[in-house]
Design a protein around this ligand. Structure first.
Ligand code: SF4
Length: 273
């Protein structure tokens, strides 16, 4: 998810220009990361991401466009292709069709790629979901504070990554801090969104950058929950951090933050999407 990517493509609905977005996948699954692990969600995965994380497990969605793969029915694991781009109304209809019986899903995960690269679209789309009583869950790499500022009113829950320089090849802590500040300020004013942070823990992550990540969170509010996610080996990642190292990093985090948990990618264990 991420980057300041391509602007939302101009669409035409009934002769009127409006925001559209290219969607990579829509499917129903069990959330396998973070504080909502174990809940069932509809995933809307958007195309486009300007980051290049060493552990990226959705490389296809980092492309700027392609066809949309849609599960024929929630949980069917049988897919068909749809044309892009989507208008907010067309994607809303698709998502509502998935939530049958109503309430089957805890929420709709807006993920990527980096969904906030589609901020114009989300400004229109996320409130449509909320108006229908559907909770919205943003999964983001947390480096686009301006885009968050424009869209935040549409989100019930934000799962935000704080990215480490060893994973992405550059330092984005200032952007992460501003992102978190905006989210926390909005939550204080409106009781929404709930926010938590995820830090993917690789074997390469050093203590100095981890401390900076934890202090980035604590600098906004040390009560914000932080999930340490030991990386799942895939692609360029050959091994996760060992058990002793995970406990060491937990201690490091707990010295700076109030609430720290270690949760691996559980959907892999369950063979969920
Ligand atoms: S893990 Fe997310 S933020 Fe990182 S490159 Fe992949 S899609 Fe982008």
């Amino acid at each position: 998810m991420q980057g300041q990517g391509r602007a939302v493509s101009p669409g035409s609905v009934g002769g009127q220009a409006g925001p559209t977005a290219d969607v990579a996948e829509v499917f129903s699954t069990i959330q396998g990361e973070g504080l909502l692990v174990g809940t069932r969600q509809v995933f809307c995965r958007f195309y486009g991401c300007d980051l290049d994380c060493m552990y990226c497990d959705t490389p296809a969605s980092r492309m700027q466009t392609g066809r949309c793969v849609v599960e024929r029915a929630p949980g069917a694991r049988d897919f068909e292709q749809r044309d892009n781009p989507f208008t907010p109304e067309r994607l809303l209809d698709l998502v509502l069709d998935f939530d049958e019986p109503p309430g089957l899903h805890h929420s709709v995960a807006l993920t990527g790629g980096e969904p906030l690269e589609r901020a114009d679209f989300l400004v229109a789309f996320a409130p449509l979901l909320r108006q229908r009583g559907v909770r919205t869950y943003l999964e983001t790499n947390g480096v686009l504070p301006e885009a968050l500022h424009r869209t935040i009113d549409g989100f019930d829950i934000i799962a935000m990554d704080v990215k480490l320089p060893s994973a992405i090849g550059r330092d984005v802590f200032a952007a992460s801090r501003e992102f978190l500040r905006i989210a926390q300020q909005h939550a204080r004013q409106t009781d929404r969104p709930d926010v938590f942070v995820k830090v993917v823990l690789t074997a390469e992550a050093g203590n100095a950058e981890l401390v900076r990540a934890f202090e980035t969170v604590a600098g906004v509010d040390r009560r914000i929950p932080v999930v340490l996610q030991p990386v799942t080996p895939a692609g360029a990642v050959k091994q996760p951090p060992g058990p002793a190292r995970v406990l060491e990093v937990f201690d490091l985090a707990r010295g700076i933050l109030n609430e720290v948990r270690v949760i691996p990618q559980v959907h892999r264990l369950m063979q969920q999407l």
